[in-house]
Design a protein around this ligand. Structure first.
Ligand code: COA
Length: 164
């Protein structure tokens, strides 16, 4: 059977970092279609709207042919079923990520038995990186170059009003 393999890489992406892009690039060669799904309705107070976060992802993944940028609310397990996805991709940075991710992976598989979670070990240089770290640096006037793709640095500077 020659079935197309679709995976979903979900997250807040507020904003996308070089760590996320590393996972996207690596996952895109493992699957026929990779849906990068921006979660909305979250409890965190976002710096960027879902539309802005999707725009950043679109701009920074241009040239990757099998990527789709979408957004979703509700349960990831339901959204995966709706999209015909067989896998969720997550990046694992440190042991501290493991317990939470393990719990989510098991819950998602219980909710959707056809759905498996694939963990990609983050590249060493992005071990410490998170969107919160990026926002914290930016609001305090530090430079986020080397943390996020060059193409969105100005958007972050404009939002924080600090020119790093
Ligand atoms: N590189 C850089 N940063 C990374 C990273 C990587 N490889 N992997 C994770 N991160 C960062 C994220 O930017 C995020 O940073 P922040 O907390 O500073 O914003 C943090 O690590 C947590 O990432 P993650 O665990 O992926 O959480 P998220 O908030 O981005 O997304 C969902 C979580 C969307 C996957 C999850 O909440 C979900 O599935 N929600 C839908 C509702 C649902 O189905 N719930 C039941 C699940 S069982």
């Amino acid at each position: 059977m020659n079935e197309m393999k679709t995976a979903i890489y979900p997250g807040s992406f507020d904003p996308v970092t070089l760590g996320h892009l590393d996972i996207i690039r690596r996952a895109s060669v493992m699957f026929d279609r990779l849906i990068v799904a921006v979660m909305h309705n979250q409890n965190k107070q976002p710096m960027f709207s879902v539309r802005e976060r999707m725009d950043f992802l679109r701009r920074t993944t241009e040239g990757l042919p099998n990527i789709e940028i979408t957004s979703f609310g509700g349960l990831l397990a339901d959204y995966a079923k709706q999209q015909g996805a067989c896998a969720v991709v997550k990046g694992l940075r440190a042991v501290s990520d493991f317990e939470y991710e393990f719990q989510m992976a098991l819950a998602n598989r219980k909710l959707n038995p056809e759905l498996d979670t694939v963990f990609l070990m983050t590249s060493a240089e992005y071990m410490y990186l998170s969107s919160s770290v990026v926002k914290d640096i930016a609001v305090h006037g530090g430079s986020v170059a080397g943390f996020v793709p060059d193409g969105i640095i100005q958007d972050i500077v404009r939002r924080t009003g600090k020119d790093g």
